[in-house]
Design a protein around this ligand. Structure first.
Ligand code: NAD
Length: 281
């Protein structure tokens, strides 16, 4: 299966739809944060491409969740680390939806190891998806945004890219060097690209989540002991939910943030506030 399509069934819940008429691609959108973002963008009025690589059942569930609220979504299978897959993802999106206005570069993974045990394959896999994958998708998006230009009736910008980074773009992470390096790379990819394309009225920003309850980090919240330990790192004293990220993504994708570009929005319950210094230092 490379394609899944569903039809609208009912009126959407939210009445504020700042993304009406816009077409969005969300990569890795059948799980966790990507799924929450895809649902929220559709709720805000966008037509959404749910990109997925594996997990056909989860993809179908995501489409059903969107269409149950009256949203419109299609699924396109593509591995974001493969250039030909990414080019086909954008070609199919443009063939089905006409263009793309919003890219959420969300797909990501971890392959953890102590540094001396880290294999080249683990390094290349994480850099290939988390950093090269974001480059490949952003490049196709920029090409389409520049080809089309601004359509005032749709958005004040010619296009918006949201990179899913992490607090680990700035917080070092022992045992996860490949992951932290990939997110540090995403930060400068985002900023340099934002600088380059701003004159074309293209906005490029990142969301940097802290600890969000998704399958990628079950070990960090799956038991009461793990959760208690995690809370020592979170001043706000709760784990984040995908919807915390999704609402930030809607704002960054909409004209409500029209003067915002080159920014990393930390959605982390204060994780980047050096919590140990609250009672020390
Ligand atoms: P998740 O494992 O639930 O979702 C990751 C998604 O990416 C899945 O749908 C997976 O199939 C997809 N994916 C992986 N490789 C892919 C590829 N090559 N091509 C296409 N899709 C691919 O994890 P999540 O927590 O929802 O993570 C989403 C993003 O958020 C990642 O970039 C992650 O680094 C980032 N993030 C997550 C947290 C957190 O606490 N959960 C914190 C900071 C950053």
């Amino acid at each position: 299966m490379t394609h899944l399509q569903t039809q609208p069934r009912s009126m959407m819940q939210s009445t504020y739809k700042p993304l009406t008429g816009q077409k969005a691609i969300v990569t890795g959108a059948n799980s966790g944060i990507g799924r929450g973002v895809a649902v929220a963008l559709a709720r805000a009025g966008a037509e959404v491409v749910v990109n997925w690589r594996d997990g056909e059942d989860r993809t179908r569930e995501t489409l059903e969740e969107i269409t149950a609220e009256g949203g419109r979504a299609i699924a396109i299978r593509a591995d974001v680390s493969r250039e030909e897959d990414v080019q086909r993802l954008f070609q199919e999106t443009c063939a089905r939806f006409g263009t793309v206005d919003i890219l959420v570069n969300n797909a990501g993974l971890q392959r953890d190891a102590k540094f001396e045990d880290l294999t080249l394959e683990q390094w290349n896999t994480v850099i290939g998806v988390n950093l090269t994958g974001q480059f490949l998708c952003a490049r196709e998006a920029i090409r389409e945004f520049k080809r089309r230009g601004v359509v005032q009736s749709v958005s004040r910008a010619a296009g918006k890219i949201i990179h899913m980074s992490s607090v680990h773009e700035v917080i070092p992470w022992a045992g996860h060097v490949n992951y932290a390096a990939s997110k540090g790379g995403v930060m400068m990819l985002m900023k340099s690209l934002a600088q380059e394309v701003a004159p074309a009225r293209i906005r490029v920003n990142s969301i940097s989540p802290g600890a969000i309850r998704t399958p990628i980090n079950t070990a960090a919240w799956g038991t009461p002991e793990a959760y208690e330990s995690l809370m020592r790192l979170v001043p706000y004293k709760r784990i984040g939910e995908p919807d915390d990220i999704a609402r930030a993504a809607v704002w960054l994708a909409s004209d409500d943030s029209d003067y915002v570009t080159g920014t990393s929005l930390y959605v982390d319950g204060g994780m980047t506030l050096y919590p140990e210094f609250a009672s020390g230092g």
